[in-house]
Structures are given as structure tokens and as C-alpha cells.
Design a protein around this ligand. Structure first.
Ligand code: ADP
Ligand code: MG
Length: 689
């Protein structure tokens, strides 16, 4: 029975979607027609930019217009694996098309007919070839779309399935309510929401697509920021345990530190202490470049909390990092009788049980752990401070879960989140808009600037030479590879395992080395890390598991293989593993890809060590879509991930201010309602609640 669709209709009623397909859609958060319509394409194939076959480069993804000359019959290679080939041509050249497992297509392709083919051009010994291109027949009076949307979906859903479902629903765009007041739309030249949504799925040209994106991004940003401001207000109303400096012997804590705090650290500590003295929960971000000394600041807050009679916890994204924090806390806190324990999933069950018991009965003061902290089994006695390290690795929901755990009866815990990822100011407003910010904009004294060099795979002898020299002088070296083992696809990329084998059997035979990657057992990883930290091994070949937070001051060389396959911010993080001691350090970026674009990108790394500058450059290159995508793994559900233009933020600034200053204006009501819905949907209300 056909149901008349509305925006609220469950998607299983859309033509072509049954129960099972509906379930697949639901896994993407698409329950109703309106969810489908706001599930925007992640990118567009520019199939309308047709080029002559002869001008396509080897490996280029391109669109060509072809006439089919000849088709072979499908051949079954083995089992039901079949292949057929077509000879096709345009005015400039001929081209062979190869199709696997599409025998039905062979039947429908007609000699002499013209098609638009979109695929990757391969230039081989026998000429040009495209494997499994996407074909669209060119028919008179039926122009093909210039842009073809691509949605971020996974099997069993197909692009075709979602495109056809979207096509069914597109007429309903008219029913999408406009939350943006007309006055704002006029002054910023924005489209109606309904038009914008329609264009997102079916853009005619680049201009209207850009405008649609801008319109949607504008309203999302404004709604989001209103939501954040709502959260802040809400936060101020919540109660938390006020902590006091009185009789805590805090002076002793600072005197026990092996260094004196930098000015920036002192400032941050003061800001944090001032927050902790309030009867409302702290929600503060401690942002500072790698090596700026965030851990000591966190330790001061933890000290204060424990000396007030409450527990505290630190959640870190990796077990390596958690173990390192445990060591640091012991060093900083155990002299004062503060008991810290590690809680990570890699511990033996009995050990976990023991730690959990200690947390529940309060005999353990500080828990340092990973996600294990937020599983159901963990209960605190009276945790009043939750610290989240490398916060960008966690989603909003995980932060919220930690806070849920750490309540003292009706009181919410104070929260300190730390991030070494310098987020450009423009974006930090969005990502951390619900938090107060303390900035560590100064590195501890005596740090040497890290010299960054760009090399090619041909320089390996020189690199080994440098590593040997550094180790002779007491240094240690990291070598980071993008893959764990050979055979993981893109084969030109170096794998840690084979690199390690090669290194230890040939190039650096006499130097003890370790191998570290994410597939190893936690205990193995910890051992490898400990050996490297202690100097038992001098070289550590690793994947990016060492990216976050690892601290070995003796390390002075960082070699990053296939540097081209990492984002700039990630490279900066990796580079931050060296330059932590007093000896000068060097970071070598091995560029495995000979393209000017990559060279240009890597040169930014060579030219600056300032994390914020790197982040700005990264943002400009990749666009904020990636920033959100990677960092927040979709939890900040900006439907329009393509907030293409960061310059938009100052503009939304003024709107948000205007709206907040005139809250009762009926024109703004829909915005506030949307903000509330946003919080419900993301659980964002829990971020600091
Ligand atoms: P991050 O901010 O990256 O988490 P860490 O807290 O790991 O940095 O600190 C990096 C290194 O700097 C550690 O070895 C730490 O002991 C040291 N450190 C921190 N603060 C100071 C300081 N004020 N003076 C000297 N060394 C410091
Ligand atoms: Mg750290």
C-alpha cells in the first residue's frame, strides 16, 4: 500500500526501501524522510567535466564521452567471477573498458551508442584502459547531470539505492520549515532551507551548490552555537563540590615537581583553581602544543581534589598513554600519600576487579585509564574531577559518560579536557564552544627547536647514518611507518614490520631496536615502550600508535616514512615526540610521492614548528569537513559536513549575538527550538551536564 509521504514518515515506506534496507539506513541515523533529506552527499563527482580520452593522464579520475565499438561476451574466470571487455572511442583516441562481474551490462551495451564514462584512466603497454567505469547513456533531450552526488554509506547500501530513495523524497523538500528569519537570509543572501536542501542533492552548477552549502552551514552553525550557549547557561545552574586550597599543603606539591612551572602553566593552574573553588562544575579546556606540560597542570588539579577528600580520574585514548600518566602521577602525587591505579582493558581480569573495588570503596584516590573507565563495571566512590586527555580522540558521548560516572550524589564533577591538537581559533569556537579555555602558549625552557628536513626514499643511507650518529651521542630515534605489515593496500607505503626486519638484519644491525604497532597486545606494547624509554632499545619502529602523548626526552630523531600519507596536524603531533629534551632534535619527513602538491604541503612543516600555524594551514588545505569528520567521528552531527568557508564564522558571530540579545523575538523562536533539538539529538546537553 502506498503511503503519502511526509517529512516524518519512516523511511521503510519510501518506494524501494523495505524492512531490511530500512535497517541499513537506520544504522546511519536515517529513520525518517527528513533524516534522509538532511543526509547530504559527502562529495560530488564532477562528471560533467568531460575531457578527450587522449588528454587523460595515467591514474587520473576523469569523465569521457565514448562510442561503443565492440563488446566481448562475458567470460567466466572461476566460479561466478566473470569479465568482459569493450572497445570504445572518442574523437581523440580509443579506450578499452573492462567490467568484472557485470554480465548483465554486456547485454545492455549497444554498439554505436554513446555513453559518458567516469572512472580511473590506466595507460598500459597496449593502450588506455578503464576498469569498471560508471556508464551513463547519452540520450537526445536528456542532459546528464554535471555533478553526481556521492553519499557516505556502507554496504549493503549502494549509491544507487540512496540516490533513488532521495529522488523519491525530493519533492518533500517544499515542506521543510525555514528556521532562519527572513531578515538574516536577506542580509546574508541565503537560500530558503527547502531550496538549499534540494540543491544539495541535485546541484545544477558550482555556484548554486556553494550557495546551498553556505545557507545550510549558516543555519547549522547558528543553531549549534545557540545550543552551546544554552549549555553554558545550564552549566552555571548545576551544582558541584567547591574545592578549597585551605590546608591542602599545595605548596609542597609544587615544590616536589622536578621543575618550576612556566608562566603559562602558572596562569592555567590559577584559572583552574579559581574554577574548582566554585560551587558549579568547571568545564575547561587546557589547550597547549605538544610538550607544553599539560600533565603537570592536570596533576595540580588532581592533587587539590584528592586533598579535599575526593577522587579524581584521567581518561586517555591509548593504553600507552594511560600507563605513562600513571607513572607521572606516581612521581608527582605518591609522595603525598595519594594512591593512583591504572585501569585499562588489557589488564588481567583479577587486576581490573581489584582496581574497580578500590575505586568503589574509595581506597584508590586517582584512576588513570582508557575507555575501561567508562564501562558499566566501573563505579567511583566520590569522584569530583574528571580529566580527559587528548580530548579530540574522544567523542562527546564518551566525555558525557565519564561525567555520568563521576558524580558525588547530586553534584557534577569538575571537568578538565586537554588537547595537544592546536585547533585553529576559528574552529575551536565550534568544537570547544561549550568550554572555557586555558592556553599553554609557552614551552618549558631549554627546549631546542626541532629542525625539520624533507627527504626522499633515496636518502635512506643518509638517514641511517644520521640515526647512528645521534645514538652514539646518547640520542634515540623513532621511525614511523603508515602501515603495520606489507600487503595492506597501497603497496608503495612502508610497513613497520618489514621495515623493522630490514633495519635489524641489515642497516642498523648492531643497534637494539623495538617494534610497536596497534595490533600488539597491550602488555607487549607497554614492554616495548618501556624498553625504549629506558634505553634498552635505541630505535623504535612504529605505526602512529606513538602519535599521542608519548614522552621520551632522550629521543632526538623522528623519521616519518611516507609523510605524504599523513595530515599536517598528525605530522606535527608525531614531530612533537622529539625535541623534548635538551639536545637538538631533527625530524625527517620522507616523501614517498613525487608530486609538487605534496612537496608544497610538507614544506609548511619545514617552515614552522608552531602548531597553530600548522593547523591553520591544514584547515585551509583540507577544509573543516575533515577536521570534524576525523576528530569527532561524526558525533557532532553537523549534517552539512562541508562547512566550506571558515570566514563564515565571524558572520555567524554577529547573528548569534543579535539573537541572544533579543531572545523573545518571535522571529528567533524556531532557531531556539532547533538548538534544543540539536542537544537532544547529539546528547550534547550531556557534554558538560
Ligand atoms: P604535553 O603538554 O604534551 O602533555 P607533557 O605534560 O607530557 O606535555 O610534558 C612534556 C615534558 O615536559 C615532560 O617531560 C614534562 O616533565 C616536562 N615539563 C613539563 N613542564 C615543565 C616545566 N615547567 N619545566 C620543564 N619541564 C617541564
Ligand atoms: Mg600529554
Amino acid at each position: 500500500m502506498a503511503v503519502a509521504l511526509t517529512l516524518n514518515t519512516p523511511i521503510k515506506y519510501i518506494k524501494g526501501i523495505g524492512e531490511s534496507r530500512a535497517a541499513a539506513f537506520q544504522r546511519l541515523g536515517i529513520e525518517r524522510v527528513c533524516d534522509l533529506l538532511t543526509f547530504y552527499p559527502s562529495r560530488y563527482e564532477e562528471r560533467g567535466r568531460v575531457i578527450p580520452v587522449s588528454s587523460a593522464l595515467d591514474g587520473e579520475l576523469c569523465s569521457v564521452e565514448l562510442t561503443i565499438k565492440e563488446c566481448s561476451v562475458p567470460k567466466y574466470i572461476r566460479g561466478n567471477l566473470s569479465v568482459f571487455r569493450c572497445i570504445a572511442e572518442d574523437e581523440s583516441s580509443s579506450l578499452e573498458l573492462v567490467f568484472f562481474n557485470m554480465p548483465y551490462l554486456a547485454k545492455s551495451l549497444t554498439k554505436g551508442r554513446r555513453y559518458r564514462a567516469y572512472g580511473r584512466m590506466k595507460i598500459g603497454l597496449y593502450g588506455r584502459e578503464m576498469t569498471s567505469p560508471k556508464l551513463e547513456p547519452i540520450l537526445q533531450g536528456k542532459p546528464l547531470p554535471y555533478y553526481v552526488p556521492v553519499y557516505r554509506i556502507a554496504a549493503p547500501l549502494t549509491q544507487r539505492a540512496i540516490a533513488s530513495a532521495v529522488a523519491e523524497c525530493l519533492p518533500l523538500c517544499d515542506q521543510i520549515p525555514d528556521i532562519m528569519p527572513q531578515s538574516i537570509k536577506n542580509s546574508f543572501g541565503l537560500l530558503n532551507q527547502s531550496d538549499a536542501v534540494r540543491i544539495m542533492h541535485k546541484p545544477q552548477n558550482a555556484q548554486s551548490l556553494a550557495l546551498a552549502r553556505k545557507s545550510i552551514a549558516f543555519s547549522e552553525l547558528i543553531v549549534f552555537r545557540l545550543a552551546l550557549s544554552g549549555m553554558r547557561t545550564h552549566n552555571k545552574k548545576e551544582s558541584a563540590i567547591p574545592l578549597t586550597l585551605k590546608n591542602t599543603g599545595i605548596k609542597g606539591f609544587f615544590q616536589n615537581l622536578p621543575f618550576s612551572l612556566t608562566k603559562a602553566q602558572q596562569r592555567a593552574v590559577k584559572e583552574i583553581f579559581a574554577d574548582l573553588e566554585q560551587p558549579h562544575p568547571m568545564a575547561r579546556l587546557l589547550q597547549g602544543d605538544v610538550g607544553s606540560g599539560k600533565t603537570a597542570v592536570a596533576a595540580a588539579a588532581i592533587y587539590l581534589c584528592v586533598k579535599n577528600g575526593y577522587q579524581a580520574c584521567i581518561m586517555a585514548p591509548t593504553e600507552i598513554l594511560a600507563a605513562q600518566h600513571k607513572k607521572t602521577m606516581d612521581k608527582f602525587l605518591s609522595p603525598f600519600g595519594i594512591r593512583t591505579e591504572l585501569l585499562v582493558s588489557g589488564l588481567p581480569a583479577a587486576e581490573k576487579k581489584r582496581v574497580r573495588a578500590g575505586l568503589e570503596d574509595g581506597s584508590i584516590n586517582v584512576a588513570v585509564g582508557t575507555h575501561a573507565l567508562i564501562t558499566d563495571k566501573t563505579l567511583f566512590n566520590n569522584c569530583a574531577l574528571a580529566v580527559v586527555d587528548e580530548q579530540h580522540r574522544f567523542g562527546v558521548k564518551q566525555r558525557a559518560a565519564l561525567l555520568e560516572k563521576s558524580r558525588v550524589s547530586q553534584n557534577r564533577a569538575h571537568m578538565l579536557v586537554m588537547s595537544a591538537t592546536p585547533i585553529p581559533r576559528s574552529l575551536s569556537l565550534i568544537i570547544f564552544g561549550d568550554l572555557d579555555v586555558s592556553l599553554l602558549d609557552e614551552l618549558p625552557p631549554g627546549r631546542q627547536k626541532i629542525q625539520t628536513k624533507i627527504a626522499t626514499p633515496l636518502d635512506s643511507e643518509k638517514i641511517y647514518g644520521l640515526i647512528k650518529k645521534e645514538i652514539d651521542q646518547g640520542g634515540r630515534a623513532y621511525i614511523v611507518c603508515p602501515l603495520i605489515e606489507e600487503g595492506e593496500e597501497p603497496s608503495h607505503r612502508r610497513a613497520a614490520e618489514s621495515y623493522y626486519n630490514e633495519l635489524t638484519s641489515v642497516h642498523l644491525k648492531d643497534i637494539p631496536a623495538g617494534l610497536l604497532h596497534g595490533k600488539m597486545k597491550p602488555a607487549e606494547k607497554a614492554q616495548v615502550m618501556a624498553d625504549f624509554a629506558a634505553g634498552v632499545t635505541k630505535v623504535l619502529v612504529s605505526t602512529t600508535v606513538i602519535e599521542v602523548g608519548v614522552d621520551v626526552p632522550e629521543a632526538t630523531v623522528m623519521v616519518i616514512e611516507n609523510a605524504e600519507s599523513f595530515g599536517l596536524s598528525q605530522l606535527h603531533q608525531l614531530r612533537g615526540r622529539v625535541g623534548r629534551g635538551t639536545r637538538p632534535s631533527v625530524c625527517i619527513l620522507v616523501n614517498g610521492k613525487n608530486s609538487p602538491d605534496v612537496a608544497d604541503r610538507l614544506s609548511i612543516m619545514r617552515d614552522t614548528c608552531d602548531g597553530f600555524k600548522v593547523a591553520e594551514a591544514d584547515l585551509q588545505r583540507r577544509g573543516p569537513g575533515d577536521f570534524f569528520g576525523v576528530r569527532q567521528s561524526g558525533e557532532f552531527s553537523f549534517a552539512c559536513s562541508a562547512i566550506t568557508d571558515v570566514t563564515m564564522l565571524p558572520q555567524t558571530d554577529s547573528i548569534v549575538k543579535a539573537v541572544l540579545n533579543d531572545k523573545d523575538n518571535p522571529e528567533y523562536k524556531p532557531l531556539f527550538i532547533a538548538a534544543e533539538k540539536f542537544l537532544e539529538r547529539t546528547g550534547g546537553g550531556l557534554t558538560v551536564n
